[in-house]
Design a protein around this ligand. Structure first.
Ligand code: ZN
Length: 314
């Protein structure tokens, strides 16, 4: 039990353009809960939005830096190129109809590794998919007025990393993080951890001729892996250093502690803790409804509020 474990995905962070459009898509079209509205701690003139389930449980959290006017990024190698959400069996027809009605670009349902999925893109062109997992997913989705719990997304199923060569990244997953190769289909290699039942899958897609991605709107910024607490986290810091990779010191992100390192395939990885969670500065019922600032920026609140784009919340 004292063996440190990576508990699957913690969160994924992507870049958006227009803040209101991002909010509308993720809370209204996709039905996620905004669990935190704050600023980029490294750039407080920019929002940082967190979307997840009711509590913002690790493994359900998708976050965005909406940078107005940043321009379109390019999806390519050295980045996460698909965010996969788990949805209940039988829900894909609902989602397909909804995407058609709301003009969300999407593809026909398809199958990989024996699981049916529906690919779609957000208004910035970010690639996402809804997947019906083979194993039942007991997590409870966040229900909204028109997206009931029996069809709501349940949190992450997986993410896909696109790489020129998968081996160095695969070694980080297996030798440091405790994942194992589960299956292969063509150039897609599925890795899984047995430490958790959900948000446990990373697909590595090998594209030797692929062009490197460029980080801007519509692309993923980093992928965060989950650990129980900062004691376990620091054990992983040693493991990463022991493999000859660079890694940051522990950084306080108010809702979790973070370490960052660039894995050899080019993807920015983070190791993030469960503690303290999103209710540290707002009650559960009010998550996401107030602009929360880290204490170093509280004195600049009125300037920050004036510089941020207006956001209408429903
Ligand atoms: Zn992060």
């Amino acid at each position: 039990m004292n063996e440190p474990q990576i508990l699957g995905l913690h969160h994924i962070t992507a870049i958006a353009g227009h803040a209101q459009r991002n909010y509308d898509f993720y809370t209204q079209t996709l039905g996620l809960r905004m669990v935190k509205k704050t600023v980029n701690f490294d750039d407080p003139g920019t929002y940082h939005f967190y979307y997840g389930d009711e509590q913002g449980t690790p493994g359900t959290i998708l976050t965005f830096f909406p940078w107005e006017g940043i321009g379109q990024g390019r999806t390519g190698t050295g980045m996460a190129t698909e965010i996969g959400y788990s949805v209940p069996p039988g829900s894909l027809d609902f989602w397909k109809d909804r995407f058609t009605r709301l003009h969300v670009p999407h593809e026909a349902a398809a199958e990989r590794f024996g699981e049916t999925f529906l690919s779609f893109t957000d208004p910035d062109g970010l690639n996402l998919a809804l997947l019906v997992p083979k194993e039942a997913d007991a997590r409870k989705g966040w229900a909204t007025g028109d997206i009931k719990a029996d069809i709501a997304t349940k949190g992450f199923h997986s993410t896909t990393l696109t790489l020129k060569k998968i081996d160095p990244t695969a070694q980080v997953l297996t030798d440091i993080f405790g994942y194992r190769l589960l299956a292969q289909e063509g150039n897609r290699y599925r890795f899984i951890t047995d430490a958790v039942p959900n948000a446990a899958i990373i697909d590595l897609l090998e594209t030797p001729e692929g062009q490197p991605g460029r980080n801007a709107a519509g692309t993923n910024h980093h992928v965060a892996f989950r650990v129980a607490n900062d004691t376990v986290q620091m054990a992983y810091r040693e493991k990463v250093l022991g493999k000859g990779l660079q890694i940051t010191p522990k950084i306080d992100r108010d809702y979790f502690f973070s370490l960052y390192f660039r894995e050899p395939g080019g993807v920015l990885f983070e190791i993030a803790t469960d503690n303290p969670g999103f209710t540290v500065d707002e009650p559960l019922a009010e998550l996401g409804s107030h602009l929360k600032l880290p204490k170093q920026y509280e004195g600049m609140r009125s300037d920050i509020e004036q510089s941020l784009p207006p956001l209408q919340q429903y």
